[in-house]
Design a protein around this ligand. Structure first.
Ligand code: MG
Ligand code: ZN
Length: 221
C-alpha cells in the first residue's frame, strides 16, 4: 500500500517536532503556538503579555518566533520591546513547520527564555496540522470575524488548548452571538477554556494571561 505524500510529510514533521520538544524541555522553555486568521490580533496580544511580564510575581524571560509569509513588521514591533525575536519568512508558505522552528532555535538564547511564543502564519486551516514541538496551542478568534468561525474551521478549534476571543470591546457593534460561538467551539472541543479579551483596551488580558501561565505550570493554580 502506498502512503500518500502528505502523510509522509506530516510524519517527518512530527519527528522533528518531537526533537524540538526535547530541546525546549531540556532548556526549560515553555512554548505557545499562536494560531489565528490574519488580523485577529496575534501580535497585539503577544505584546500585551510582554508588557505585563515584568509586573508578575515570578520573573519570566520571554522570546518570540515570528512566522510571516513576508516582511518583518511584527518582528520589529517585538524587538522594540527588548525581547529576543527570530523572524521566519516562509516565502509564501501558509504555515510554519517543525524544521523551520528547529532552524530558528540556534538564534535564540534558550537558557534565558521561560516563555516562548511562536506566532504562526495567519491562517485557520493548515497550521493546525503541523506540530512544532509546542506545549500549548493558543487559537485566537476575533469579534469582527463573526461567531461562525468555529463551525467553518473545526480542525483549528479542535486543536486548541486555549481559545481567546479578541476585540471583545466590539461585541455589541458587531452583534456578536456569544452563545453560538461557544457552542461551535464546544462541538469540537468540549472542555477548552475560552477567554474574552480586548488587546486594545487590555480588558480580560490579565485573567487570560493568568490562565495561560497556569496551563503551562508557570504559575500556581
Ligand atoms: Mg502578526
Ligand atoms: Zn499551509
Amino acid at each position: 500500500m502506498q502512503v500518500p505524500v502528505i502523510q509522509q510529510i506530516l510524519k517527518a514533521n512530527d519527528q522533528i517536532a518531537a526533537e524540538n520538544e526535547k530541546t525546549f524541555r531540556a532548556a526549560g522553555v515553555h512554548v505557545v503556538n499562536v494560531m489565528a486568521s490574519p488580523g485577529a490580533g496575534k501580535t497585539s496580544l503577544i505584546l500585551q503579555v510582554l508588557d505585563r511580564l515584568p509586573g508578575l510575581p515570578v520573573r519570566l524571560g520571554a522570546g518570540v518566533i515570528e512566522g510571516d509569509i513576508a516582511s518583518s513588521i511584527d518582528a520589529d514591533l517585538i524587538a522594540a520591546h527588548g525581547v529576543p525575536v527570530v523572524q521566519i519568512n516562509t516565502g509564501g508558505n501558509c504555515h510554519l513547520d517543525a524544521p523551520m522552528i528547529r532552524s530558528a532555535l540556534d538564534h535564540l538564547p534558550l537558557d534565558n527564555i521561560d516563555l516562548l511564543f511562536i506566532e504562526n502564519v495567519g491562517n485557520l486551516i493548515c497550521p493546525a496540522n503541523y506540530r512544532l514541538g509546542a506545549d500549548l496551542n493558543l487559537v485566537i478568534a476575533s469579534v469582527p470575524e463573526g461567531h461562525d468561525k468555529p463551525y467553518k474551521y473545526p480542525g483549528m478549534f479542535a486543536s486548541a488548548d486555549l481559545v481567546v476571543l479578541n476585540k471583545y470591546d466590539l461585541a455589541e457593534v458587531f452583534e456578536f452571538d456569544d452563545a453560538a460561538f461557544d457552542r461551535g467551539v464546544r462541538m469540537v472541543n468540549p472542555t477548552v477554556p475560552i477567554h474574552r479579551v480586548s488587546a486594545r483596551t487590555g480588558e480580560g488580558v490579565e485573567a487570560w494571561l493568568s490562565g495561560l501561565l497556569q496551563q503551562l505550570a508557570l504559575q500556581p493554580a
